[in-house]
Design a protein around this ligand. Structure first.
Ligand code: IVH
Length: 694
């Protein structure tokens, strides 16, 4: 391609991408598919890479962030960045309107009414439609040049649309949308990283990152709400029309902006936005009323650093201080033990809060929350209230000046069932080891127990299981074998009544029992099973199908397995020390032994035989892992064939693995095998080996 044609294509791609961004972020009316967007972006990236002469710091490709540049330079604001006076009471808003009415002589002055975004004020400078610099507010007179970080924010336009003035400074707020904040914190908790206290801190911290590539990873957004220096443009006569003009130039403006008159009009807006506050995708801490006409603004003038023509009307804070009365824990369906605080009730954002989550033990350790502590709790929208930080100066002390209460420790026994609570190395979450016995985990455990590859009880889905546990009809998996047709019918009736889904036929007196008979039949059929299915069905952590099979073969029968200690289990080929400990632990819990005894007493049976410890065949002594999909047979079939040749089939790759059979879309196991240098077979190699095993 000729240079001119290339340049035209580069320009075209940039325009297509800018247009797509504009429609998406400003008009909220996208007309491009993600696939097209990605395709254009990749093409543009490739062209820019091959032709550095077309580089442009304002290209849509700049959003990924450039390498760090060291410190932030100072930027003097030609027009100072002001702050706003606050109002908290309706009366203050009335006084504000009265004052303006009097001084302007306008009986009904119009106001631009806007949400007060809770982020960071930013000034963006454009020359001839091109983004040249962006700075923080700083002290209002001098801020910091954070251009590189601002370029990564997708809603900050880099090239303006239409007729742009020679100089245009646009002010607005950079903020972190609530969803991005939650997502970031969930990630941080999982990885043991510091969580963000609130979206505002998230925005501030991200914008002050010295490495723009880090900023690019934290989805920030921008809304415009004011002008700074402008040269070469005839401005509209009102602020509201300026916002409309900014929107045309490509700046996103909050969809909630409006025009209102009279104190009643402003207060109605305050209440309307207040009702929507929780549902907005971003945090706001109030609304802003700005006198709309510029000539009237000039007449009102300024006092100290704030305009007399505008005011911020604040909402109740979403963070409040209170004290910790106790620290409790919840047990989730998967056994996860989640600590939370019971606190002195406090109004946060207009709602009384009594509990806040602490997420996990790491979070507790980081915050060091103790009984008696004064804490800051935060509630944002429908999100569960959280503890943001402890005010350490207010920690209660004993006579010797030591903290009155020790650092909090998670309980070592599950508060629901009494089983041990344990935390795996490298895991953030502590879990109740009660498994089947713990009511909190029962539903999950029953669901697994009944699943196709475990006991294979057809028709026993999560809805019925939840009802059975809720009505206390089933405590352990063994109880399933005592349920009658009548039990199921009455369970369903109760569940339907509670959910208000009683079928018409039942209302008219008919009772359908066929399904219940089928279900009881399916449960009965599952009584006759295999040892490996039972072992898998018990839901011992990390005992998947393949480990269950290994155990079943190695021990041949259940009793020798029940008697095996950790050391014996470790001797089993393919069972590592962690899994050995877990199995020993599971069978050591008397509840689990009782469940097993009850299963047997209720007629669950399986053939038992002699232990098979040393396989024979060409693959004897070899451990094989199957991963990914095979096209000629299922993984189970392939596993059975390899086992018939003496191989041990394992579920996880380790140094001891002899080879890995990797089919279609193999993922982490293949990667691990490559990392450990384990031999890898593809399907063709497997087939040719099976055809002629030597
Ligand atoms: S106007 C001359 N409008 O509030 C007035 N500010 O206390 C300049 N803010 O630093 C500000 N939303 O960070 C204005 N719609 C809005 C706003 C807003 C949030 C923040 C901004 C500013 C602070 C003023």
């Amino acid at each position: 391609m000729k240079a001119a044609t290339l340049q035209a294509r580069v320009e075209e791609l940039r325009r297509l991408l800018d247009d797509a961004n504009y429609r998406y972020y400003v008009l909220d009316d996208p007309d491009t598919t993600d696939a097209d967007y990605d395709k254009w972006l990749r093409e543009l990236e490739a062209l820019e890479r091959e032709h550095p002469e077309f580089a442009d710091p304002n290209s849509p490709t700049a959003r990924v962030g450039n390498a760090p540049s060291g410190k932030f330079a100072e930027v003097k604001h030609g027009v100072p960045m002001l702050s706003l006076a606050n109002a908290f009471e309706d009366g203050e808003v009335e006084e504000f309107v009265t004052r303006i009415t009097k001084e302007t002589g306008d009986a009904a002055p119009a106001f631009s009414v806007e949400p007060k975004l809770d982020g960071l004020a930013i000034s963006l400078r454009y020359e001839h439609g091109m983004f040249v610099r962006g700075a923080t507010r700083g002290d209002g007179a001098t801020g910091e040049d954070v251009s590189a970080n601002l370029r990564t924010i997708r809603t900050v336009p880099l090239r303006l649309r239409g007729e742009a003035p020679a100089v245009l400074e646009v002010r607005g707020e950079v903020f972190m949308p609530k969803a991005a904040f939650e997502k970031y914190n969930a990630w941080a908790r999982e990885h043991g990283e510091k969580t963000l206290a609130n979206p505002r801190n998230g925005a501030a911290g991200s914008l002050r990152q010295l490495d723009p590539r880090v900023t690019a990873q934290r989805p920030l957004a921008f809304y415009a709400y004011a002008l700074g220096e402008v040269d070469g443009a005839k401005l509209p006569a009102t602020h509201s029309n300026t916002l409309a003009w900014l929107r045309e130039l490509g700046f996103p403006v909050s969809a909630e902006v409006d025009v209102a008159t009279g104190a009643e009009g402003l207060l109605a807006y305050y209440r309307r936005i207040g009702e929507k506050r929780n549902a907005l995708p971003y945090d706001i801490d109030g609304v802003v009323y700005k006198l709309d006409r510029y000539d009237q603004q000039r007449a009102m003038g300024f006092v100290s650093r704030a305009p007399r023509w505008a005011i911020a009307h604040k909402y109740p804070a979403q963070e409040q201080a209170t004290t910790v009365e106790s620290i409790e824990v919840n047990v989730g369906r998967t056994g996860a033990v989640t600590p939370w605080v019971l606190m002195t009730p406090v109004q946060v954002g207009g709602v009384t809060v009594t509990r806040a989550t602490l997420h996990n033990a790491d979070q507790i350790a980081r915050l060091d929350v103790r009984v008696g502590d004064t804490i800051i709790v935060r509630r944002a929208g429908d999100v569960i209230p959280e503890v943001v930080r402890v005010i350490e100066d207010k920690r209660p002390l004993d006579a010797k000046g030591h903290p009155k209460f020790a650092a909090y420790q998670l309980p070592t026994a599950c508060p629901v069932c009494g089983s041990a609570v344990e935390r795996e190395e490298g895991e953030v979450v502590a879990r109740c080891t009660g498994g089947l016995f713990c009511p909190a985990q029962r539903v999950q455990a029953l669901f697994h127990f009944a699943s196709r590859r475990a006991m294979d009880i057809e028709g026993l889905g999560e809805r019925f299981i939840t009802a059975l546990v809720e009505f206390d009809m089933v405590r352990s998996v063994a109880d399933l074998y005592r349920l009658s047709v009548d039990d199921f019918v009455s369970m369903k009736q109760r569940a339907d009544e509670l959910a208000d889904t009683v079928p018409e036929t039942v209302k008219s007196g008919k009772v359908a029992t066929k399904w219940a008979e089928n279900l009881v039949g399916a449960i009965d059929a599952s009584r006759s099973t295999t040892l490996e299915r039972v072992l898998y069905a018990l839901g011992i952590r990390d005992v998947g199908e393949s480990t269950a099979r290994t155990l079943a073969r190695h021990f041949g029968a259940l009793d020798p397995l029940l008697q095996a200690d950790e050391e014996t289990l470790r001797q089993v080929p393919d069972i590592g020390p962690i899994v050995a400990a877990r199995i020993a632990h599971f069978f050591a819990e008397s509840h689990n032994r009782e469940v097993i005894a009850a299963l047997r007493a209720n007629g669950v049976r399986w053939p038992e035989g002699a232990p098979q410890r040393s396989a024979e065949g060409p693959l004897a002594g070899k451990t094989v892992v199957l991963t990914g999909g095979l096209s000629s047979m299922s993984r189970d079939e392939a596993g059975a064939k390899l086992e018939a040749l003496g191989a041990k089939v394992s579920g996880s790759v380790s140094k001891k693995t002899s080879f890995v059979v990797a089919g279609e879309a193999a993922g982490s196991k293949l990667a691990k095998a490559q990392e450990l240098g384990v031999e890898i077979w593809d399907e063709a190699k497997l087939l040719s080996y099976l055809a002629d095993p030597t």
